[in-house]
Design a protein around this ligand. Structure first.
Ligand SMILES: *[C@@H]1O[C@H](CO)[C@@H](O)[C@H](O)[C@H]1NC(C)=O
Ligand SMILES: *[C@@H]1O[C@H](CO)[C@@H](O)[C@H](O)[C@H]1NC(C)=O
Ligand SMILES: *[C@@H]1O[C@H](CO)[C@@H](O)[C@H](O)[C@H]1NC(C)=O
Ligand SMILES: *[C@@H]1O[C@H](CO)[C@@H](O)[C@H](O)[C@H]1NC(C)=O
Length: 387
């Protein structure tokens, strides 16, 4: 009623209509209402679109391309959005692209935010992890202090439930063969993926037959307070040590610099970057260390001993039994596992930690058969302090 009156009054105004004082104002009002409704509709739609895409951006989704209206209304990003690791570990980068991206190192050494250093647990497996239930207990309650990466055969499809610490922690993987460069490539791929998370400070390589023999608190403290990185590295005479050296590796590697060590290492961020960026030693080892030279036992220990001798503990954190001889270490099953067995591993060896003698030398042990899982779960609390 009100509107109509106003319209009629406006109709009398010579400025509103010209030829027909009664028809034109009505049409004008029509258009006015139409524009009002359309305008309102558009703004509601665009607000919802903004809210929708805005929320997606916070989850790390790519921004919408070419939509200027959305870009200028987006909240300015803080440092968090530049340091937050991707929740989705899957990507389409090839190794060249991945290693390049992972080799970024900040030149300003002081972090402008509170950085809690994490340990990256990198599992190099063929398929499933038989000791997953024990590892779940190991990690429980320590969120924010670790991250997990799994490299397995490309054919293996992991089916961990969303409640598992291993859920969606697979990285893009390729076939890795024992004693071949493809094994080192897999280890480099694990390191590179883990380096993408700026919080990762220490990097541990583990296999499916590895178990923890200390709880997380002890392991975290032991590793983060160590001056050295735990990579086995020794100069061994005989056919399985210096005997595997090929003089064609000189001058990059001389016989006296040739080192051997088990594959299961722990390195800090500096060494991890050195490993993935290497292009000096890699071609030499690839070409001149082939079976019976097992490259995964020589490449990293030799290269790091040449370039970073002062960062190397020259011993590993993973206990293993070579006493039976042969090409493979002993595997322990259900009947081997006992409290006495682990007492020897946990405190029966002498070594040095930060240049001081100690009997706490190992945080992990291998190799265990899947049949050992039940007895291990039963003694974990009492013997390992894993509750
Ligand atoms: C290896 O030995 C040669 C000759 O003795 C020497 O010139 C070269 O610098 C050595 N290489 C390294 C990496 O030390
Ligand atoms: C490890 O070995 C290197 C030589 O390869 C040596 O310089 C370094 O001091 C050793 N590290 C420790 C902790 O003894
Ligand atoms: C470790 O060192 C202690 C003291 O030096 C010695 O009594 C013990 O026998 C050593 N243990 C081993 C396994 O060598
Ligand atoms: C971890 O193990 C140590 C003994 O090795 C024990 O003193 C400590 O209470 C355990 N920590 C947790 C959180 O269970």
């Amino acid at each position: 009623m009100q509107l109509r009156l106003v319209a009629l009054e406006e109709g009398k105004d010579p400025g509103a209509g010209n030829r027909n004082g009664k028809v034109v104002p009505w049409r004008f009002l029509h258009y006015l209402l139409l524009f009002l409704v359309l305008g309102l509709g558009f703004s509601i739609i665009s607000m919802n679109t903004l809210r929708y895409f805005g929320a997606q951006n916070q989850n790390g989704m790519p921004p919408v391309q070419g939509s200027n209206t959305i870009v200028w209304l987006e909240e300015p990003s803080g440092i968090e959005s530049w340091i937050r690791p991707s929740k989705n570990l899957m990507h389409n980068m090839n190794d060249v692209e991945l290693f390049w991206r992972a080799s970024f190192v900040p030149q300003i050494k002081t972090y402008p935010y509170r950085r809690v250093p994490k340990i990256a647990f990198m599992f190099l497996t063929k398929g499933p992890l038989p000791f997953a239930p024990l590892w779940e207990r190991f990690f429980k309650g320590n969120e924010g202090l670790y991250s997990i990466y799994m490299h397995s055969l490309p054919s293996y499809v992991a089916d961990n439930p969303p409640t598992s610490v291993f859920y969606k922690r697979q990285i893009p993987s390729k076939v890795a063969e024992w004693g071949m460069m493809s094994m080192c490539d897999a280890e480099r791929r694990l390191l590179a993926n883990a380096l993408l998370d700026l919080s990762n400070e220490r990097f541990i390589l583990l296999s499916e037959s590895c178990i923890p023999v200390q709880n997380f608190t002890t392991a975290y403290s032991y590793i983060s307070h160590s001056r050295y990185s735990f990579m086995g590295s020794f100069d061994e005479n005989g056919p399985y040590g210096r005997g595997r050296y090929n003089p064609n590796m000189a001058p990059e590697v001389n016989l006296t610099e040739w080192r051997k060590g088990a594959q299961w290492f722990e390195v800090n961020r500096e060494l991890a970057v050195a490993i993935i960026q290497d292009s000096k030693y890699y071609p030499k080892f690839k070409k001149f260390c082939r079976p019976a030279c097992y490259v995964d036992e020589h490449y990293f220990p030799t290269m790091l001993s040449i370039n970073f001798p002062r960062l190397m503990a020259n011993r590993t954190l993973t206990w293993v039994d070579w006493s039976r001889g042969g090409a493979h270490p002993a595997t322990f099953g259900k009947n081997d596992v006992s409290e006495r067995f682990f007492k020897k591993i946990i405190e029966g060896t002498n070594c040095t930690y930060n240049d001081q003698p100690t009997t706490r030398c190992f945080l992990f042990a291998r190799k265990f058969a899947p049949s050992a899982l039940e007895p291990l779960l039963a003694l974990a609390s009492r013997v390992f302090g894993i509750h």
